[in-house]
Design a binder for this molecule. Structure first.
Ligand SMILES: [Fe+2]
Ligand SMILES: [Fe+2]
Length: 397
């Protein structure tokens, strides 16, 4: 790609000189607009590779602007600069941006996000997935409790008790979390009665992942019946999360990879809930079609909806501003080759964990289960590691 062209929209002129310096250095072309109307005029007159908009703008909001950019120029990368909690209150947040850039963030971080996007090191939701997501009547809103936990954890006075207190302030969520943690899926030795005990037992990162899962599932809990057995998806998700964490711990013992792999494993099939809840009748037919045609569910979903559950789930998490490695892992767990060779990442762990978890805890719903993509694993140098991963996961259970 030659000289990427990026438009920044917002009133933070303090940042502009620094951005211009970095554009000069990397031979990028930057344009600046104060508000949405000015940005849309520029968009009609020039070609851009990306638009980076602040959520708060004069006139229309950044989310509204990016929705308009999505309709006019679906090929352009869209970034929303906002505190994730503010996104939760924004009208039209679903599929507004390909990525949310948390505030405050400096020029270097913005450059990194843009450059990863332009060099295809991160997944980009497709226009079909975005249209489907934005027209879903039943959509879990951005997870406020999760954002508050992330916020609290960034403070130097954070403690497990404070995280527990925070969860208990949200009584319906606390009840949902306790119900999930005390279910057979978690197989805890003791019954946990308070959210703060759950945090102690599970640790902060697992609790964050459970909060995301409980938030998502609670949106669908009033549904009497969905096309797929919800309990089975949850159990499979939990097995996948644990396997993904263990595999990641073997390959990447330090850093956030194993926690991100766990979170992505837990959330990897949430697109199935979205399809079942919002396209229920068509989804029943897609499942029958997969069973009769001896194909995988994701093949049938693609034939029916133009997008599979993995991509749809990734699209929701991207709209929420969940960390990108988690989004990538969810969106591409059936198509990891899309990522190319990026070294071991949560996607590697979740792709393998999903298949290995199905080997050990098969849920026979009649369609063909997905297989390991050996081309992808071998290209990354992990072809010979699979047996070790399988043995480790089985023995740790
Ligand atoms: Fe899946
Ligand atoms: Fe799965």
């Amino acid at each position: 790609m030659e000289s990427p062209r990026v438009m920044f929209v917002g009133e933070d002129q303090d940042l502009w000189p620094e951005l211009l310096k970095s554009a000069d250095r990397d031979n990028w072309r930057f344009t600046f607009a104060h508000g949405g109307d000015e940005a849309l005029v520029a968009l009609d007159e020039q070609n851009f590779d990306a638009v980076v908009a602040n959520l708060t703008l004069p006139g229309m909001s950044g989310a509204e602007l990016l929705q308009e950019v999505r309709h006019r120029r679906p090929d352009v990368w869209r970034f929303l600069r906002a505190q994730p909690e503010a996104v939760a209150k924004a009208e039209g947040w679903a599929a507004a941006a390909h990525q949310v850039i948390d505030l405050p963030v400096g020029v270097e971080d913005i450059q990194t996000r843009l450059s990863q996007a332009f060099t295809q090191q991160v997944w980009k939701p497709s226009p079909v997935a975005e249209t489907l997501l934005s027209t879903c009547p039943l959509l879990p809103s951005p997870p406020k409790l999760y954002y508050r936990m992330v916020d609290l954890l960034s403070s130097p006075t954070a403690s497990l008790e404070k995280i527990g207190d925070l969860i208990e302030q949200d009584a319906p969520m606390a009840a949902k979390i306790l119900q999930m943690v005390n279910s057979a899926i978690f197989s805890l030795q003791l019954k946990v009665n308070r959210a703060s005990d759950a945090v102690l037992y599970l640790g902060v990162e697992t609790t964050k992942a459970v909060v995301l899962m409980a938030h998502t599932v609670s949106c669908f809990s009033s549904l009497k019946r969905i096309a797929l057995p919800a309990e089975k998806i949850l159990t499979h998700s939990f097995h996948t999360a644990r396997y993904a964490r263990w595999i990641a711990q073997m390959e990447c013992p330090r850093g956030q990879t194993s926690d991100q792999a766990f979170t992505a494993g837990l959330l990897h099939d949430i697109g199935k809930f979205l399809l079942a809840a919002n396209r229920g009748e068509a989804y029943v037919r897609a499942i029958e079609y997969a069973c009769k045609g001896s194909m995988t569910l994701q093949q049938a979903e693609t034939d029916f909806f133009g997008v599979d559950h993995a991509e749809l789930g990734g699209c929701l998490l991207a709209s929420w501003g969940i960390p990108q490695p988690i989004v990538d892992a969810v969106a591409l767990h059936h198509k990891p080759v899309w990522m190319g060779e990026t070294g071991f990442a949560p996607i590697t762990a979740v792709h393998a964990a999903n298949v290995l978890a199905n080997e050990q805890h098969a849920v026979d719903l009649g369609f063909v289960l997905s297989e390991l993509n050996l081309d992808y694993l071998e290209a990354g140098g992990y072809g010979d590691s699979v047996e070790g991963w399988r043995n480790a996961c089985v023995s740790r259970e």
